[in-house]
Design a protein around this ligand. Structure first.
Ligand code: CO8
Length: 259
């Protein structure tokens, strides 16, 4: 598949980097872009050489939301049947390897929701997050009313969903929406550094950690604790656990084989 609305490349042979690439529309998200993004993410997930994926945008916009021009004439039947904006938004959730959002500029509406679907967000100091759907006479449709309150709490999530105001990078970090804030010109270095660090760990342990943290947002605490305990036990069936612990005991660097 050749891409028109994204680019996909690898860094260091280990990290997949997907860049949203509709600069004139501030990376507004439409069906084609979401199809291309899903295809690229699935490709990296299936590639044994890749240990982590970064999704990023442009300096001005990670993504300014779903494409308003494309949506403007849709009726209820169009969107409810799922043929239009809803059909391909969940692909990213099926990716088992870690996906980091490297966000600069606007991450609004569906753009903020896409960033929140990634495993964690590293933000540039010019990043601005928001759920401004209320200004368009609609509400968020891809997790903005669900993931945002889990990330920043009810008060800020309500404030953002009801007023449509944006949060800058400092506020987003303080509120727990993003894990780190760095200078704009350091954004990709920071994201790549984190990705390469993840790639050097046991891929099995990394995937299990991702699965287990995600479990914290679905179901009860006791179910989550039990899920984590069983995955923790399962780690002791891997060669990588033997290697990691032997390397620590013998004061050497581990060489994980992802087995
Ligand atoms: N859709 C389409 N085009 C857009 C969008 C968008 N979301 N955002 C910006 N653009 C276009 C503008 O129309 C403009 O195009 P043109 O040059 O042809 O006029 C170009 O990008 C540049 O935009 P501006 O001139 O407005 O740039 P500014 O720097 O003045 O402002 C803003 C930047 C603040 C980001 C402003 O463009 C803006 O408010 N954009 C809309 C933000 C928004 O409302 N986003 C939410 C959209 S609704 C949504 O995301 C619902 C998601 C539901 C997903 C459900 C799936 C399951």
């Amino acid at each position: 598949m050749s891409y028109e609305m994204i680019t996909a490349r690898t860094e260091g042979g280990k990290v997949g980097v997907v860049t949203l690439n509709r600069p004139k529309q501030l990376n507004a998200l439409n069906n084609q872009l979401m199809d291309e993004l899903g295809h690229a993410l699935k490709g990296f997930d299936a590639d044994a050489a890749i240990g982590c994926v970064i999704v990023t945008g442009s300096e001005k916009a990670f993504a300014a939301g779903a494409d308003i021009g494309a949506m403007a004439t849709y009726g209820f039947a169009d969107v409810y049947k799922g043929d239009y904006i809803t059909r391909n938004w969940e692909t990213i959730r099926s990716i088992r390897k870690p996906v980091i959002a490297a966000v600069s500029g606007f991450a609004l509406g569906g753009g903020c929701e896409l960033a929140m679907m990634c495993d964690f967000i590293i933000a540039a100091d010019n990043a601005r997050f928001g759920q401004p759907e209320i200004k368009l006479g609609i509400i968020p449709g891809a997790g903005g009313t669900q993931r945002l309150p889990r990330a920043v709490g009810k008060a800020k999530a309500m404030d953002m969903a009801l007023t449509g105001r944006m949060m800058d990078a400092t506020e987003a970090e303080r509120a727990g929406l993003v894990s780190r804030v760095v200078a704009l010109d350091k954004l990709m270095d920071e994201a790549l550094g984190a990705a390469l660090m993840i790639c050097d760990y046991s891929q099995i342990a990394v995937m299990a950690a991702k699965e287990s943290v995600n479990r914290a947002f679905e179901g009860s605490l006791s179910d989550g604790i039990m899920f984590e305990r069983r995955l923790f036990h399962a780690m002791f069936a891997t060669t990588d656990q033997k290697e990691g612990m032997d390397a620590f005991v013998n004061k050497r660097k581990p060489e994980f084989k992802n087995q």
